[in-house]
Design a binder for this molecule. Structure first.
Ligand SMILES: O=C(O)CCC(=O)C(=O)O
Ligand SMILES: [Fe+2]
Length: 326
């Protein structure tokens, strides 16, 4: 436990806004920034407010009702407290949060309709939560639009055509997952208790909308000893963008995925991450602009769905472990 304490020593600072990479949408006329700005402006705040309101409505339901839409084998639906343990080396129990996964749905007549990360979502009873599904579908659609606009900026930053990622081979049928989260309790890193244990996300990027309860922390250098953790301020109307492990692989380590975790202080906290991964069959491998004779690919190529399946199974309780409750 002593080792754990030093390893995860909390630096109680808040990252200064000037040190965050903020995209100022007001001051650029580049086409990619304009498309990002449009995606954010079109009803963004209203959509976000409604999603938080409906998320709170869901988590306020009695547990039996939430268990009716328990996550299925496709990782969609309700995940109870402690379901996930992203950092087993340092966590003594699962994350102090409950969640709801809403995945991408491809049309029923699509030949890939039944693929593990497509398929239909379970939805709460519309008589109990009217308008809930529509709110979440709208948020999903808008968040995807924002991600695609950010993908253009990332492509330019990697010396690729702006549309490189937003192409049929990459993002025509992206695996994109909206997740509603509700946290409760108090974290104690010295005892291995966390809202969310330290991890980086699996995919291309994650957009996180949070309420105004401080909790999200990032660690800029995961190899530092002791690690230094800093709170990400909650800025009204802003989304936090974290890069995921697939982006690290694509860029051959030039862009590093963001290590993050959540520390709780006895307040309820709500957040809405939106995870973007490319098409099910997309092969994640070093980009042409990120390799040379003296900089060979560092990560093995892997199919997107294979990688995701491995990572989900590593950190989540198996859905079958809930069958006794069903
Ligand atoms: O709640 C948050 O702010 C972050 C959640 C998170 O890191 C995740 O679900 O992967
Ligand atoms: Fe995360």
């Amino acid at each position: 436990m002593n080792e754990m304490e030093t390893k995860t020593q909390v630096e109680d600072s808040i990252i200064q806004e000037s040190l965050l990479t903020c995209i100022d949408l007001a001051n650029s006329d580049h086409q990619s920034v304009l498309s990002l700005k449009q995606a954010c402006l079109d009803s963004g705040e209203e959509v976000m407010d409604k999603a938080f309101e409906q998320s709170k409505n869901f988590f306020a339901l009695p547990l039996e009702e939430k268990m009716e839409v328990l996550k299925n084998e496709k990782h969609r639906g309700y995940t109870p407290f402690y379901d996930q343990i992203p950092d087993p080396e340092n966590q003594v129990q699962g994350d102090h949060k409950e969640g709801y996964y809403i995945g991408s749905e491809v049309p029923r007549d699509d030949p890939q309709w039944d693929y593990p990360f497509y398929g239909p979502n379970p939805w709460p009873d519309p008589d109990v939560l009217p308008g809930w599904r529509e709110t979440m579908e709208k948020y999903h659609q808008e968040a995807l639009r924002v991600c695609k606009a950010i993908a253009k900026l990332l492509a330019l930053a990697l010396d690729l055509d702006a549309d490189y990622f937003d192409s049929p081979e990459m993002l025509r049928k992206p695996i994109s997952t909206l997740r509603l989260l509700h946290y409760e309790g108090k974290s104690d890193p010295s005892k291995g208790i966390y809202g969310t244990g330290a991890h980086s996300d699996y995919g291309m990027m994650t957009l996180i909308a949070t309420d105004d309860v401080l909790g999200l922390q990032i660690c800029k250098d995961r190899n530092a000893k002791p690690q230094k953790w800093e709170y990400v301020p909650s800025i009204e109307g802003a989304l936090v963008v974290n890069l995921g492990d697939m982006m690290q692989c694509w860029s051959n380590g030039l862009f590093r995925s963001t290590m993050h975790r959540v520390i709780l202080n006895d307040q309820n906290r709500y957040s809405i991450p939106f995870f973007l991964e490319p098409n099910h069959d997309c092969i994640i491998e070093c980009l042409p602009t990120c390799q040379s004779e003296s900089n060979l690919p560092k990560y093995p190529a892997i199919k997107c769905s294979t990688y995701l399946t491995q990572r989900y199974e590593e950190v989540h309780a198996n859905f079958r472990s809930y069958e006794k409750h069903a």
